[in-house]
Write a protein that binds this ligand. Structure first.
Ligand SMILES: *Cc1c(COP(=O)(O)O)cnc(C)c1O
Length: 396
């Protein structure tokens, strides 16, 4: 079937939860995708920061193929070698001592919310359950994570929301301090807000956040679902800010494109979860964790972090030079390959024109073009993207 035929069928059978672009990708390699009509695209969205190693990275493909032939799934009633290896890898490269595995970012945040509540209830009493999060944050689409998310557009239609969340402005330690009550048990923040429009906090913000948490015995939870796994040029984005959380969640890029989520914590906090307290049928199953072990090792062993940092600086510089030619340009911001270009006009049409010209991009918060290409993107691919984007901006 060609793209048009697939889209007609989708129109008939698929729920309309997404405003989808008229594109039917059927094959990918590196930073390229091909659609059902054989047309090629340069992918600067990377499955929304999922395909950090590009499409079909050979080490991820090999791990999936090998594991699929040995054991695809078994229950968490048993021990799963690739899950254990992945936990060891993540713990040995982070502050964390233990990992819990699930299937998505929202589920990882659900696990973090449950762990924070249980830990705090046992340590400080049943009144300590409230979690402070940021306005314009995004933590997922389940009821608890919708309640945690600080965006009305995500929450409307779904009242009553879950009790026990309070939202304060991001990058404002004073506001956070004021938002803390005797009921607060934790603070949950993205190190860089992704869906919120690629918002990088000021240098001292997270140190102040950590101090506030320590002063009030609150857990600090970092949602690194989007910015983790090398996206910013470090394995975890919080490493840029010199602050260590108590709990961290990961998902998107963790398994090189396979669906996975994890919640990591230091020992004292993790110990609040005993047998029967939380679980997931598919969480950390052999297939996805084999892919994740391959993906994490590739990031660590193949110079991906340095490359992301260097090529990110190059992309940022190129976007800045390009933007400065146009009156509707506001600024470029980001770290590594987590980059946003803010305009004073809606950016939706730019994405549509990009698609027509073989470039995949996306918009956050209406006026921010988001650039989250695979971390393996080359200078030549950046130049090609800048060429296409420059043609589009010139027509505006
Ligand atoms: C994407 C995202 C989520 C939700 O992840 P899902 O896998 O879609 O559930 C949560 N937090 C952040 C910061 C995200 O970017």
């Amino acid at each position: 079937m060609n793209s048009q035929q697939w889209i007609a069928k989708a129109d008939k059978y698929i729920m309309k939860t997404y405003g989808r672009y008229p594109l039917v990708p059927v094959r990918g390699e590196g930073c390229r995708l091909w659609d059902a009509d054989g047309r090629e695209y340069l992918d600067f969205l990377a499955g929304v920061a999922v395909n950090n190693l590009g499409h079909c990275h050979p080490r991820v493909v090999a791990a999936l193929q090998k594991q699929a032939g040995e054991l695809i799934h078994c229950s968490n009633y048993y021990h799963i070698p690739s899950q254990i290896e992945l936990a060891e890898l993540l713990c040995s490269h982070s502050f964390a001592d233990r990992a819990f595995f699930c299937n998505s970012g929202a589920e990882a945040n659900e696990a973090a919310i449950k762990l924070a509540r249980k830990y705090s209830r046992e340590k400080f009493g049943a009144d300590r359950y409230e979690i402070v999060t940021a306005l314009a944050s995004f933590h997922g689409r389940t009821m608890a994570t919708v309640s945690a998310t600080g965006q009305e557009k995500v929450q409307k239609f779904f009242d009553p929301l879950l009790h026990g969340f309070r939202h304060v402005p991001f990058n404002d330690a004073e506001a956070l301090h004021k938002g803390i009550t005797p009921n607060t048990c934790a603070v949950m923040l993205e190190p860089i807000q992704g869906e919120g429009g690629v918002v990088v906090p000021s240098a001292g913000y997270f140190r102040e956040v950590r101090e506030i948490c320590d002063a009030h015995n609150l857990l600090l939870i970092f949602d690194e679902v989007q910015v983790g796994m090398g996206r910013t040029g470090k394995l975890f984005a919080h490493e840029h800010f010199g602050v260590v959380p108590d709990i961290m969640t990961l998902a998107k890029a963790l398994a090189g494109g396979a669906p996975i989520g994890t919640m990591l914590a230091r020992e004292e906090v993790a110990s609040a979860f005993g047998p029967g307290t939380h679980g997931s049928t598919f969480g950390g199953n052999p297939l996805v964790t084999a892919a994740a072990v391959a993906a994490v090792r590739t990031i660590l062993e193949e110079g991906i972090l340095n490359h992301a940092e260097e090529i990110g600086e190059y992309l940022l510089g190129e976007l800045e030079s390009l933007g400065e030619k146009f009156p509707f340009f506001v600024e470029v911001r980001g770290i590594g390959l987590m980059i946003g270009m803010e305009l004073s006009v809606p950016a939706g049409d730019i994405v549509k024109k990009g698609l027509e010209r073989g470039l995949l991009l996306n918009v956050a918060q209406d006026r921010v073009l988001r650039f989250v290409p695979p971390l393996i993107v080359t200078k030549a691919e950046v130049d090609q993207m800048i060429g296409i984007l420059s043609g589009i901006l010139a027509e505006m």
